[in-house]
Write a protein that binds this ligand. Structure first.
Ligand SMILES: Cc1cc2nc3c(=O)[nH]c(=O)nc-3n(C[C@H](O)[C@H](O)[C@H](O)COP(=O)(O)O)c2cc1C
Length: 373
């Protein structure tokens, strides 16, 4: 039997060695937006571990669009060099490199999750960090205790769009193969899409067409900058899990529109519009978001990536074989085992180590032979 998970997949001019993608995962470990040795090791080990595509975490397009002061950034040309180093290492290991562009919107200006995760205030916290004004489609706080954002003017909209464009050009200069627009988890682009956070009455709000306008303008702008032979992904919260919020039919309509501006893959996550992804009526179990990837794939006729509590190669393979998604994103399971893709090959019967980097595989091959004697 041919296993789809471990066989190559092509998107435009990019050939991935398998269909396993490392999901973007913020490390909250940057300073002033710069990637450092932590990021080299974090992303490098996933490339060593055999993934087809390694995504670098949500990378902010403006300093005030950061969720935390530890977020990566691409608002300055000087951010390019350390990211280029990461890209080069990922490529050396035979993987493709992706980067997710983000703006936290009204969810900005918080502590790192592992430092408390609460909104920063005007008073410095015990790390000396204090808040800054944040932008959103409407001046509506996410929840009690959260900052009321500044509702964006048309000038703000144009300026943030230009920041996405500049960041995309820098991502290209760094050598990334794939760019992903973060339009999920309650951050700025998602805030435009959801009726729970977009109360605008101008062309960028109101009905679904109006709410999609800014997200589509940004997606189109990334597509225009990104070379024709390289794919563009968009991560969506396919469902808000909150009454009155985004439902799957809205996401199918959005995905059709994304396809029409040249987006290649819709990465189907969910939740986050009113706080943590766990707020709301989400059913949380293995592969709980897979039905969204399936609905978008079948009804919008666009490639999808499934993500969320996908932990075993068999589970991932079944999703691909059933035609529910084209790519499988692995998040926390890869934190536990960065060699997950290489182990998936072994699960499917490849008992050799030829796909492992020789620095490891040469030794493991010989040890395996010894143990067989
Ligand atoms: C430490 C951590 C950081 C994350 N950062 C991001 C991020 O930068 N962008 C994003 O879209 N999702 C982010 N996520 C969500 C993951 O990409 C993924 O969708 C989620 O963890 C569910 O997949 P999993 O069950 O395989 O972990 C993060 C998750 C974790 C655990």
């Amino acid at each position: 039997m041919t296993h789809l998970l471990t066989t190559p997949f092509s998107l435009r001019g990019l050939s991935l060695r398998n269909r396993i993608v490392i999901s973007p995962m913020c490390q909250y470990s940057a300073q002033d937006g710069y990637a450092n040795d932590w990021h080299v090791v974090q992303y490098g080990r996933f490339a060593v571990g055999g993934a087809g595509l390694v995504f670098v975490e949500a990378t902010c397009v403006t300093p005030d669009g950061r969720g935390t002061l530890g977020d990566l950034g691409l608002w300055d040309d000087a951010h390019v060099a350390p990211l280029a180093r990461i890209c080069a290492f990922i490529h050396d290991q035979g993987a493709a490199a992706g980067i997710q562009l983000a703006h936290a919107g009204r969810k900005g200006a918080t502590q790192r999750p592992f430092d408390g995760g609460v909104p920063l205030t005007a008073e410095p916290d015990d790390r000396g960090e204090r808040t800054w004004p944040v932008l959103a489609p409407s001046a509506l706080a996410m929840a009690d205790g959260w900052q009321t954002p500044v509702g964006m003017t048309l000038e703000d909209i144009a300026s943030v769009k230009a920041s996405y464009a500049d960041a995309a050009r820098r991502a290209l200069a760094a050598g990334f193969d794939v760019i992903e627009l973060h339009a999920a988890h309650g951050y700025l682009i998602h805030e435009f899409l959801s009726p729970l956070s977009n109360l605008r009455t101008d062309a960028y709000g109101g009905d679904a067409q109006g709410r999609m306008r800014f997200p589509l303008e940004v997606a189109k702008c990334l597509r225009d900058i990104w070379p024709d032979d390289r794919p563009v992904f968009v991560r969506v919260s396919a469902v808000d899990h909150v009454d009155g919020g985004v439902e799957i039919d809205d996401t199918i309509a959005f995905s059709k529109a994304l396809k029409s501006v040249g987006v290649d893959v819709v990465d189907c996550s969910s939740g986050g519009i009113l706080g943590a992804a766990t707020v709301g009526r989400a059913p949380r179990g293995p592969g709980f978001q897979v039905p969204y990837a399936e609905a978008v794939r079948n009804q919008a006729d666009i490639a999808t990536m499934a993500v969320g509590l996908i932990t075993s190669p068999e589970q991932a393979e079944a999703i691909l074989q059933a035609g529910q998604a084209d790519l499988i994103a692995i998040g926390r399971e890869a934190l536990e085992n960065p060699n997950w893709p290489l182990h998936a090959r072994r699960t499917f019967g490849d008992d050799g180590f030829s796909q492992w980097p020789p620095q490891h595989g040469w030794w493991l091959e010989r040890r395996a032979a010894l143990m067989k004697r």
